[in-house]
Ligand binder design. Sequence first.
Ligand SMILES: Nc1ncnc2c1ncn2[C@@H]1O[C@H](COP(=O)(O)OP(=O)(O)O)[C@@H](O)[C@H]1O
Ligand SMILES: [Mg+2]
Length: 236
Amino acid sequence: MQRILVVNSKGGCGKTTLTTNLASYYAAHGYTTVLMDHDPQGSGMRWLSQRPVERPRIYGIAPHQMRSDMTRSFQMKLPPDTERVIIDVPAGLSDLKLAEHTRQVDAILVPVLPSPIDIHATAHFIQVLLLAAKVRSKNIRLAVVANRVREHTEVFHKLERFLATLKLPFVAKFRDTQNYIRAAQDGIGIFEMTGMTAQRDRAQWLSLIAWLDQNETMGQEVAFLSSYRANAGNPL
Ligand SMILES: Nc1ncnc2c1ncn2[C@@H]1O[C@H](COP(=O)(O)OP(=O)(O)O)[C@@H](O)[C@H]1O
Ligand SMILES: [Mg+2]
């Protein structure tokens, strides 16, 4: 199972868009997928409620919308065969909450808009993630995704340089397009849209999916090494 947290202290940078499209990608590719919506505004759950029944199922868990006639732990329970959990959190979390949310995740994605205000806020936020949430010491993989991009701007290059100094990857760049808005209205993601209109956008996601897939490969390498060591170096 892989848990992917989508987070940034800024609102409106594309957290929910990233969450819903990732969830729809994995569901459409046959993974048992859970969308966990920690945002009290519940945009992710609203998207899920629009999802056509004939589409591959995505399980929704919303800690802010718990029913009082069932226990919390029952409602928070993941389906037993869960393979992907995509977690959407609200903007402006306290350092403490942030540390809580990063506790049990495998990868963190930080979407950022290429505007000076967003880039400065995100640069600060990444430092908080590294210091307060101690993301590096927990071995959590962290990457930045540029959203609604117009490349070749000076401020965008500044962000690239800043990320390079932190040795953080810029794993994907998504363009600004109505396709995301249309898909969101229909409870689907751009990978589930028919026709050619979103083809360019789908291509922009492949580097992100490949980066996330490395998580499994790395996990397998660790498992291989530990079982190799347990066997005292005997060839497996
Ligand atoms: N790449 C994009 N192109 C066009 N519109 C986008 C794109 N990404 C996000 N949006 C729109 O921007 C708004 C904010 O995005 P959202 O994902 O809700 O941000 P957040 O969850 O970080 O607050 C939404 O209306 C969404 O549809
Ligand atoms: Mg949101």
